[in-house]
Design a protein around this ligand. Structure first.
Ligand code: NAD
Ligand code: 4PL
Length: 248
């Protein structure tokens, strides 16, 4: 099957479930070969099997530089290298401010921000070496605009991802690589359904301009656009995808 992303390899981190799984499925439907990566090996394998021949799974913890180096080497051997990187893997915590200690802060920054750097460093070095007109799409969060409660370290890390995206666009434009961020609002992902965030839908819907419950596909549709040639003139931007909950 051909499509707007045919001939391209997309690496989606955190793709065992939730938003990452929906992004992986959508990019495969667009014609890409999709690398379903996650630290949850069984979940990644199940997602890849569900997509079919266009996908394969590779286990990696994004905060482990050795695991990420192996991930990129394996992709290079299997497909010739990454064209589209989707930085989706994150911990989505619900931790009251009085429980936010240094260990929690360090863990969230280490995975959600430093992990995003580690994968982006390795993947964009590979894109440059292979002269790819690459795409980096990082999933941040509208909590950075809203200052959402019970997520202080997460909000800070997502702000870091947005800042990193702006700098990356500046550094990599000369190589034909674009970098953009997407900021979802509350989405009914597997992780959210299993957490106290699941109680927030009525409140969030009240704030939305367009009513309804955010779904992983709402985010995957926008990632598909940013990955495509139609988005070639967009870089360094943050696209807010939250039914108008925040206007910034
Ligand atoms: P989720 O918890 O359902 O899935 C996250 C996946 O990331 C899991 O499969 C998990 O195993 C993986 N992961 C976590 N740490 C990892 C690591 N160190 N290395 C590799 N994989 C790791 O989450 P989700 O709700 O689908 O969120 C996906 C992305 O969207 C995240 O970046 C999240 O911050 C962002 N986001 C989510 C919402 C929401 O409401 N669900 C809103 C805004 C932004
Ligand atoms: C509005 O990124 O964007 C809860 C949990 N509510 O993770 C998020 C909103 C959550 C969000 C998020």
């Amino acid at each position: 099957m051909s499509g707007k992303l045919s001939g391209r390899t997309a690496l989606v981190t955190g793709a065992a479930q939730g938003i990452g799984k929906a992004i992986a499925s959508r990019l495969a439907a667009d014609g890409a070969t999709v690398v379903v990566s996650d630290m949850n090996a069984a979940g990644a394998a199940a997602t890849a099997a569900g997509i079919g021949d266009a996908a394969f799974a590779i286990t990696a913890d994004i905060s482990d530089p050795n695991a990420v180096a192996s991930l990129l080497n394996e992709i290079e051997k299997k497909t010739g290298g990454v064209d589209i990187l989707v930085n989706n893997a994150s911990i989505v915590p619900f931790v009251a401010w009085d429980e936010v200690d240094l260990a929690h802060w360090r863990k969230i920054i280490d995975v959600n921000l430093t992990g995003t750097f580690i994968v982006t460093r390795a993947a964009t070095d590979q894109m440059r070496a292979k002269n790819k007109a690459g795409r980096v799409i990082s999933i941040a969060s509208n909590t950075f605009f809203a200052g959402t409660p019970n997520m202080a370290a997460y909000v800070a890390a997502k702000g870091g991802v947005i800042g990193f995206t702006r700098a990356l666009a500046t550094e990599l434009g000369k190589y034909g690589i674009t970098a953009n961020a997407v900021t979802p609002g509350l989405i009914e992902s597997d992780g959210v359904k299993a957490s106290p965030h699941n109680q927030a839908f009525d409140f969030v819907e009240m704030l939305q301009a367009v009513k309804g419950k955010g779904q992983p596909e709402h985010i995957a549709d926008v990632v598909s656009f940013l990955a495509s040639d139609d988005a070639r003139w967009i870089t360094g931007q943050t696209i807010n995808v939250d039914a108008g909950m925040v206007r910034y």
